[in-house]
Design a protein around this ligand. Sequence first.
Ligand code: NAD
Length: 399
Amino acid sequence: MALQTVAARIRGFICLNAHPGGCARNIQTQVDVARAYAAGVPGAGLGHALVVGASTGYGLSSLATTVFGYGARAVGVCLERPPHGDRTASAGWYNLAALGRLARDTGHDVAFVNGDAYTDAIKAQTIELLKKRGAKLDSVVYSLASPKRTDPKTGVTHASVLKPIGAPFVSKSISLGNDEVQTVEIAPATDADIEETRKVMGGEDWALWMNALAEADLLAKGCRTVAYSYIGPELTYPIYRSGTIGKAKEHLEQTARALTVDLARTGGAAYVSVNKALVTQASSAIPVVPLYISLLYKIMKAEGTHEGTAEQIGRLFRDHLAPGRTPTLDAGGRIRVDDLEMRPEVQRRIVELWDQVTTENLFELTDYAGFKQEFRSLFGFEIPGIDYSVPLEVAIPLE
Ligand code: NAD
């Protein structure tokens, strides 16, 4: 037991440590939002839920929503770094530790598996745990975001890349290291890059999870599973929707259709939900996207339509996936909660401002300050009401 003060250690789009008190405060906010969105939704609660990628971003909000909004008994799978000596744990570790404490204090039931979700071993460990808990899953959320994946069949490790396809992409982008607006040129992907990215961020592992759960007879009648995607505006098409990651997301959509064929036999279905662009550990690493998000936040906050992951997932379950709800789908068969982001007025304003942004007016024309603040808050820093000069325990178990 060693108390210590924790100050943020940030390098570009990476934060090397996390503040357990700030992370716990974030969890309380997430839980409040989850409860508010679920309040008054008619029908029974969820029985059992599994969230793969449950410790940060959209997966964390999915865990908070299913457990605290709809009373699910849930298991969350993540890959997080425990505390070690005087090194803090990763933010996701503290998030789930706080969520677990809050669940115990309020009579909810949640358990965690920390390890590489792409491996057969972690799937088997999760299945054992679900069996012990007597779970038949009503809801499976698949929310992994990772730069690499080792295929359990071949042992080959694949690395995803964020590249355009066909031609180089030249665009404005913020250099997160020095807050400068720069022009970046990103070389086009090779065929091998496209395939590597599909192997990591496509639907292959989602299907492996669903097949393993079905074989273990862990899916309840009517089980619904969802994975998350992004489409975004034409401005970011070259690096996102028409790029390597977009190809992987197309594969995710094909996987949803294939999984639905099996799940439909017992009244279930697989969905892809297209969510809003938000600051998460994964999205901060995509070139060009931090500038787009900074403009998007400026406009959506000004018009009062800004949402975080908690509100997005609160809306996803309230309007589409809560028990008894029938999801509304677009022409491509996807759920859309990116509707407010994609409104023509919002996108028109972004295009106008995009051309005007320079290093000098970055903080004035965009909400880059909000982007930075939100990035730090992902790790428990710059949270209002937290006194960062007070030493605190960092050796917190995940239970
Ligand atoms: P994130 O980085 O915040 O979360 C990733 C989660 O995956 C974490 O819980 C992490 O522990 C877990 N994880 C990563 N590798 C793992 C592994 N090998 N084993 C077990 N767990 C592992 O990411 P996010 O932005 O919330 O992204 C989640 C999904 O949402 C992705 O499919 C992403 O494309 C999609 N999405 C994101 C945005 C956005 O703007 N952030 C928008 C729309 C859709």
